[in-house]
Design a protein around this ligand. Structure first.
Ligand SMILES: Cc1cc2nc3c(=O)[nH]c(=O)nc-3n(C[C@H](O)[C@H](O)[C@H](O)COP(=O)(O)OP(=O)(O)OC[C@H]3O[C@@H](n4cnc5c(N)ncnc54)[C@H](O)[C@@H]3O)c2cc1C
Length: 428
């Protein structure tokens, strides 16, 4: 089947509007130190503008107020929004709220959609996704946080960390073990927990390379949480007991495509800085742009970004055709490839700026710190490589003699064409 990444004229016009809107109205905000109130007062009218153009929470299906555009147009949209940190929230699709809204849209009950998802989409509530534990991350079958059914409630006990935005969230979607005796991928479930439920103890926002100075209550932190006898109504479970892994897959599939396109938006910014510096800086008798080593970085970066873009669009296209599970290999491939391209391009852009690249006078050092995390969150590179390799290897059978072994193939070819080869010999 031919791949088709084209978008219609109407959506192209929307993309053109988004490019200008993000560049002119949103990107300048990243240079200001804004408190929550100032940010809200500046971005509320921008959000209204986005809504009036039908682009708010565009990742959701139309019946839930989204655009129903499909993954390819959404990917192109995220490439634009990824350029600057406030753009996703102005468009109603900032992580983790966008993924959590999608999760409830896919697996939640009517009541959950009304009580949690709709206010999330309206920007009235904030959420977090609480899965990783100090002892279980890349392998979630090792999760130990436990939910036990007690009458009409679930009672949760456990220790999580890296729940992004949790200290600023109104509710958490917590991945818990509900049936420890089931087969590993049917043990876990997801439960909605309001953050103010007694027993939800947010210990701290963990200082990280991306956010060395944490301010609890501010979005962007990664919380460590102790769940101690946290009691929530049974109807807070999303889907059925044992659905946790299935829901996680559905949540993370589209999210990874959007991450990759946002990373391309970031890569392009770094690339533009790289090229601008190359044509501006004079050293050792010529401009940097005349040095072959710098030309190598520019050509390599351009090729890596183009490859990442095509891989991501192809994954988006496959997801539109075959759903998230049908596109698992492609999604895993872009997750590790996209993260490494982002990292490499920013690294080269820093290098070409020398000491200036290392300073906070340019956004590159912050982009670099954030990029490092991309190789870890939503599954580390190695896990995605394992997924890709395993799925590819399913198409191969062991062979005692390599199927390309030339002497063996020659014998087979001689047998196949014996009548012609013998006739030719007879005629000699
Ligand atoms: C900025 C950031 C935000 C995050 N946000 C959230 C969030 O909102 N909610 C949430 O629940 N979690 C979140 N996480 C956690 C993230 O999902 C985990 O860090 C990730 O799944 C890896 O788990 P781990 O850190 O426990 O690493 P481990 O499981 O200890 O793995 C350590 C390393 O082992 C290697 N490894 C693992 N498996 C294999 C394998 N099969 N083969 C070879 N090597 C392997 C990899 O190099 C990996 O990096 C976030 C993390 C970061 C950094």
């Amino acid at each position: 089947m031919a791949w088709d990444f084209s978008t219609d004229l109407e959506f192209e016009e929307k993309l053109a509007w988004m490019r200008e809107f993000v560049r002119e109205e949103i990107t300048p905000l990243e240079t200001l130190e804004l408190d929550a109130d100032q940010l809200r007062r500046i971005t509320d009218p921008l959000k209204e503008e986005v809504k009036s153009r039908g682009l708010w929470a565009a990742h959701l299906p139309p019946e839930l107020g989204g655009g129903g555009f499909g993954q390819v147009p959404l990917a192109l949209m995220h490439e634009i929004l990824g350029q600057t940190r406030y753009a996703p929230s102005v468009f109603g699709n900032n992580a983790p709220d966008s993924g959590n809204a999608e999760l409830i849209a896919v697996g939640g009950s009517k009541e959950q959609k009304e009580r949690w998802m709709q206010p999330l989409l309206d920007g009235k509530l904030r959420s977090a996704f609480s899965m990783t534990e100090p002892g279980a991350g890349a392998d979630p079958t090792l999760l130990t946080t436990r939910a036990v059914r007690d009458g009409d409630s679930w009672v949760i006990n456990g220790h999580k960390w890296f729940s992004s935005n949790a200290s600023a969230a109104d509710f958490l979607i917590v991945m818990v073990v509900t049936d420890p005796d089931a087969e590993p991928r049917r043990r876990a479930s997801m439960i909605i927990v309001p953050t103010d439920t007694p027993g939800v103890n947010i210990l701290r926002d963990i200082p990280t390379m991306g956010e060395p100075e944490t301010k609890p209550g501010r979005p962007g932190g990664h919380a460590e949480i102790l769940y101690e006898d946290v009691r929530v109504p049974a109807e807070n479970m999303v889907g059925n007991p044992g659905d946790g892994f299935l829901l996680a897959q559905q949540r993370l599939g589209p999210g990874r495509i959007h991450h990759c396109m946002r990373w391309l938006g970031q890569s392009k910014r770094a690339f533009d800085m790289l090229c601008e510096r190359a044509v501006s800086r004079y050293v050792h008798g010529s401009l940097l742009s005349d040095k072959q080593m710098i030309q190598d970085w520019i050509a390599t970066s351009a090729a890596e970004m183009q490859a990442a873009r095509l891989l991501t669009l192809q994954a988006a296209w496959k997801m539109d055709q075959a759903g998230a599970s049908g596109a698992r290999t492609e999604i895993a491939m872009i997750k590790f490839w996209g993260a490494s391209v982002l990292y490499n391009v920013i690294d080269r852009a820093i290098q070409v700026h020398g000491s200036l690249g290392y300073t906070t006078d340019l956004p590159l050092e912050g982009m670099y710190r954030a990029a490092r995390a991309a190789r870890i969150y939503d599954g580390p590179d190695e896990v995605h490589k394992v997924t890709v390799a395993r799925r590819i290897l399913r198409g191969y059978e062991p062979a005692e003699v390599p199927s390309e072994h030339v002497p063996t193939r020659r014998e087979a070819a001689k047998r196949k064409f014996a009548h012609i080869l013998e006739a030719a010999t007879d005629n000699d």
